[in-house]
Design a protein around this ligand. Sequence first.
Ligand SMILES: [Zn+2]
Length: 265
Amino acid sequence: MLLEIFIIVKESSTLLLHRAFTKKKIDVDGQLFSGLISAISMFFSELKMGQVNSFEIGAQRVLISPYEGIVIVGVVEEQKEAQFVQNSLKKIGEKFWLEFKELLTKWDGEISPFKSCESKIDNIVYSEFAKSYISAHFPKKMIGVVRQFQNIFEKPIVRYIGLKVGDERSKHIKMSKNLKNKLHKELDLFSINKITERSENEIIIEVKMCPFCRKIKNVEFNCDFLAGFIEGFAMQCLPNKAIEVIETDCIAHGNEACVFNLSIK
Ligand SMILES: [Zn+2]
């Protein structure tokens, strides 16, 4: 997983933006780190050894992705994910450069304008994660991966990733007019127990043996991924409606089942 990124000006090695994506904070001085990256890059290019693309520090891997006048540096935890993270870095570079290239030509050193790009960067990182890491291997390994990342990310992020995966899954399933039937077919994977259509605008989904809650005790509700998944799935099925999914019971919280209330407006 991509833990953090640094966006640096290629020429001056000034740090423009530093963003962390997980609860794990590396706690590094961004400006000092930017200087280090530039020094390493310069050292190797002066030795005519070509461009450095990555190096390792302890258990972490640092990926360097130059784009036009900027360099995107990513810190990654596991090495095997490097390829999909490279895609994210490239997309971030393109987006950031497109947005700020003019500002950067007459830049006064004020870094606050770059903050406006944070949510777009988050979207790229979490969408790539959902697509390359979960949807691509669906349903194989999915439960294990979700159980792992629901501890790494903040709750709204877990929900967002669920939403992206649900949206992606819904596109793959043959259109059926009935959302309830469609949900039933898809959610069987999560040991779905019961789906009740309370009214035209309200569906209750009960998961008796929730794989995301097994052996977990939590004061808060735990199933943000599944709530997001159902929401994304329903949104794709009913694009002209406003969909809202709320988890009203959760096994991890001590209830008998995880229950989701899906409302359609
Ligand atoms: Zn739950």
